[in-house]
Design a protein around this ligand. Structure first.
Ligand SMILES: [Zn+2]
Ligand SMILES: [Zn+2]
Length: 255
């Protein structure tokens, strides 16, 4: 398997997932068509499918342009039948899909939207706008309970899982994380690494699940430091995981 990251729009990432045995490929979340078509040509692969994680335009905007040029299957959650342009293969939790000889497992992870899925190829996770490097998506259509459940599901994946998310938001996310957990040494370390990458114009994605568990404030509802800092501002805040998560999400919305 080969994965090619394609930066699109201002800060989106699409990905080509290539089966090296067959030369067949799928594109994850094409915001726009032209740069994807150019990359397909450059990689000399045969584009067979679009894998949409959710219906937002910055993840599906390229569907019509790609479908005008190629015969493609379009995958997405069944809740988004009416919202994903050209959807041919409605999916749900536990489904398996093939790209050439590669298999991906579909994880249903609602919260950002009500039809959000992730695609897991081996240890490579394509999780759209649910889990970001050091962050998570806004709750546009779902509840904090749902998003917490979805993130919790992703946290159960092996520590070496590579997290390919939908946006380059890492530096801003880390700035926010620092306000809640300034004494977390892993966070300082990560910030240093990320600033260095960004100053060279390089991508900070993928990260690993191990790094996310150490640094992502949306996965760290158990952190004593986060809880203490929240308690200072919100003395009556319950410390159950969903309440802590919901408050952290709310603070990030205002950050
Ligand atoms: Zn989105
Ligand atoms: Zn997005």
């Amino acid at each position: 398997m080969r994965i090619v990251q394609i930066p699109l729009l201002r800060d989106n990432y699409a990905y080509l997932v290539v089966c090296e045995d067959t030369g067949e490929a799928a594109v994850v979340d094409p915001s726009e068509a032209e740069p994807v078509l150019r990359q397909v040509e450059k990689e000399k692969v045969t584009l067979k499918a679009i894998l949409n994680t959710h219906h937002h335009r910055d993840h599906t905007g390229g569907n019509p342009g790609l479908l005008a040029r190629h015969r493609l299957e379009v995958y997405g959650h069944r809740n988004d039948r009416e919202r994903i342009p050209g959807l041919t293969r409605p999916l749900d939790e536990g489904d398996e899909i093939m790209v050439g000889k590669l298999t991906a497992r579909v994880l249903f992870i609602p919260g950002h939207t009500k039809g959000h899925v992730a695609y897991l190829f081996g240890n490579s996770l394509f999780c759209g706008d649910t889990l970001f490097t050091a962050g998570c998506g806004r709750l546009f259509e779902g509840t904090a309970e749902q998003m917490h459940g979805s993130l919790n599901k992703l946290m159960q994946l092996p520590a070496d899982t590579l997290v390919y998310c939908g946006h380059e938001y890492t530096e801003k996310n880390l700035q926010f994380a620092m306000t809640l957990e300034p004494n977390n040494p892993k966070l300082a370390e990560k910030m240093k690494k990320v600033r260095s990458l960004r100053s060279q114009g390089l991508s900070t994605v993928p990260s690993t699940m191990a790094e996310e568990l150490e640094t992502n404030p949306f996965l760290r509802w158990h952190s004593g430091e986060i809880q203490e800092n929240l308690k200072r501002e919100f003395p009556n805040l319950p410390t159950d995981p969903v309440s802590v998560f919901a408050r952290v999400r709310q603070l990030k919305d205002q950050f």
